[in-house]
Design a protein around this ligand. Structure first.
Ligand SMILES: Nc1nc2c(c(=O)[nH]1)N=C([C@H](O)[C@H](O)COP(=O)(O)OP(=O)(O)OP(=O)(O)O)CN2
Length: 142
C-alpha cells in the first residue's frame, strides 16, 4: 500500500535512569531527546486541502503533550525501587509504567499517548523515533 507520510520532531530534556542497566545508565542522568513523529494517510485519504494532518495539529496534539508531561521532568519506571524516595524529594518526578529506555518511550507514545491525543481526527501516528543522543536512537511503529 502506498502511503502519504508527514513528519515533525520536537526536542525535550528529561532525566531518567535505566533500572537494572549493566553500565553507567543505571545512574540518574539526563538527555536532550529529539522525538520524531510520523503520521500517515492512504493515497486518496488526504483532507480537502491535500494534507494528512496539519503540521500545527501535530504540534498542538503531540509535541505539546511532550512539553506538558515529559519536558524538564524526571522519568522513572513504576518498578524502580528508587521511585518512592525520589517522589518525596521532588513530586514532579513522572512515574511511567515502563523502564524509560528510548524503545519503551517510543512504544508508549504510539500505543498510549497518540490514541488519546489524536482522538476524533481519524489520523494514525504510524511511528515514533527517539534520538537519545546524536548517535543513538530507537523507533517503534509499523
Ligand atoms: N537500546 C538502548 N540502549 C541504551 C539505552 C536505551 O534507551 N536503549 N539507554 C542508555 C542510557 O540512557 C545512556 O545514557 C546512553 O548510553 P550510551 O550511548 O552508552 O552513552 P553515551 O551517549 O554517553 O555514549 P559514549 O559514546 O559512551 O559517551 C544506554 N543504552
Amino acid at each position: 500500500m502506498v502511503l502519504h507520510k508527514v513528519h515533525r520532531y520536537h526536542d525535550i530534556s528529561c532525566g531518567h535512569r535505566v533500572y537494572g542497566h549493566e553500565g553507567k545508565c543505571r545512574h540518574l542522568h539526563g538527555h536532550n531527546y529529539r522525538v520524531h513523529f510520523t503520521c500517515v494517510a492512504e493515497s486518496g485519504q488526504l483532507d480537502t486541502l491535500g494534507r494528512v494532518i496539519d503540521f500545527g495539529e501535530i504540534k498542538s496534539r503531540l509535541c505539546m503533550w511532550l512539553e506538558d508531561n515529559w519536558d524538564h521532568h524526571f522519568l522513572m519506571g513504576t518498578e524502580d525501587p528508587m521511585l518512592a524516595s525520589l517522589l518525596k524529594i521532588d513530586p514532579t518526578v513522572v512515574a511511567v509504567p515502563f523502564n524509560p529506555t528510548a524503545e519503551n518511550m517510543a512504544e508508549y507514545l504510539v500505543e498510549v499517548v497518540a490514541p488519546q491525543q489524536l482522538k476524533g481526527t481519524g489520523i494514525k501516528l504510524q511511528s515514533v523515533r527517539i534520538e537519545e543522543t546524536m548517535k543513538c536512537s530507537a523507533s517503534y511503529g509499523e
